[in-house]
Structures are given as C-alpha cells and as structure tokens.
Design a protein around this ligand. Structure first.
Ligand code: ADP
Length: 195
C-alpha cells in the first residue's frame, strides 16, 4: 500500500506519518529527513543542497528524484510506504506515478491535512522556541516559514487537483488535535484496507 501525506509546512504530516507507522507497520519515507541527514553528514548531496534547505526553498526535482529512486529500491518498502513531504511538485508526482507503475503498484490514498496559515505560523513559532528539543530545526523560523509557505503555494498546492482528478484525495481537518486527526486518518486507511 502507498499513502501520501500532503499539507503545508507545519500541518502535522510528520506526526501523522509516525502514527501510521505505529498503527499499521508502514515504512515512513520523509524526503525532508533524508535531505537534512545529508546536510548534517556533509556528503556531496548535502553540500549541494545546504543553502537552499536553510533558506526554505525547494530542492531540485532531479536531486530529490535520485534520492527517492534509490530509497524505493530497498526491500523494506514492501511493508507499505507513507510518503511525508514528497511529492512536492507536479513533476515529482508524475515521476512517482511512473516509478510505481513500473513496479505494478499505484498510489492508493493521498491524505491532505488542511490547516490555515495563521495556525501554521503559531505552530512553527512554538516549535522554534522549544530549544533543545530534537524537533527544533534551523529552518523553523517565522521568516523562513513564510518562504516555505510560498514554495508550498507555488509548487505543491497544484498537486491537490492532480490527485483529486485521480479520485484518491481525502481531505482531513488538520486544525483538530493530533489524536483526533490521527483517528480520522486511521479510519481512512482502515476503510481502504477493508475494501
Ligand atoms: P516541512 O514540510 O515542515 O517544510 P520537510 O521536512 O518536509 O518540512 O522539508 C524541509 C525542507 O526540505 C524543505 O523546505 C525543502 O528545502 C526540502 N525538501 C523536502 N522534501 C522535498 C521535496 N520533495 N522536494 C524539494 N525539496 C524538498
């Protein structure tokens, strides 16, 4: 099974992806985490992407797709995958469709977490001020969040109609508390699996 969690930065994709891992045993693939690890390790990829990551811009489709193609070759993907933070452009969504089709698979559900902009800024401010917590990130400042939101609107939001056209988009109210959002997400996955 292949699930995509879609939503603006700070909408709770990572949190809900981790809940799906616990509930269903899926594998979580977060391109943001993979890219951040590359920056920390200082490898060749990390050096190329550091300044863009720090500024809250999108990494090129070419580099992200190289990372994803490699990751999807690993055998642990057979458990079912929850994609978090990928795809982020229509070109990435199209490429993912091709990669999956070549393996005889499809994207089964796309779960969109709807959260309004004001709430996102509050959440990021809170995340940024929780000093010492491992969740705190160098790109979690209000200024950079605004840039990430712009990138989301310009590049990622057009994915919503892409998946709506395929009849697999499920919208969830991401303004509810984490557990309630989690219950709704689980119901969506359960009902898909029982069909
Ligand atoms: P958030 O959704 O909270 O902004 P992520 O961890 O998903 O955080 O992404 C952090 C950063 O990693 C992005 O701002 C971007 O620079 C980069 N990134 C992650 N995934 C992608 C992707 N699929 N395409 C391009 N850039 C990406």
């Amino acid at each position: 099974m292949n699930i995509i969690l879609l939503g603006p930065p700070g909408s709770g994709k990572g949190t809900q992806a981790r809940r799906l891992v616990v509930s269903f045993g899926f594998l979580q693939i977060s391109t943001g985490e993979i890219l951040r690890e590359a920056v920390i390790s200082g490898n060749e990829l990390g050096k190329k992407i550091k300044s863009t990551m720090d500024a809250g811009g999108l990494i090129s489709d070419k580099l992200v797709l190289e990372v994803i193609r490699d990751r999807l070759e690993e055998p642990d993907c057979k458990r079912g995958v929850v994609f978090d933070g990928f795809p982020r452009t229509v070109a990435q969504a199209e490429a993912l469709e091709d990669i999956k089709r070549a393996k005889g698979e499809t994207i089964d559900i796309v779960i969109m977490l709807d959260v309004d902009d004001e709430a996102l800024i509050t959440r990021i401010e809170e995340r940024a001020t929780r000093a010492g917590v491992d969740e705190a990130r160098s790109d979690d400042t209000v200024e950079i969040l605004k840039h990430r939101l712009q990138a989301y609107r310009a590049w990622t939001a057009p994915i919503i109609p892409f998946y709506a056209d395929r009849g697999i988009l499920e919208r969830v109210d991401g303004m509810k508390d984490i557990k309630e959002v989690g219950r709704t997400v689980n119901k969506i996955v359960d009902s898909f699996r029982s069909n």
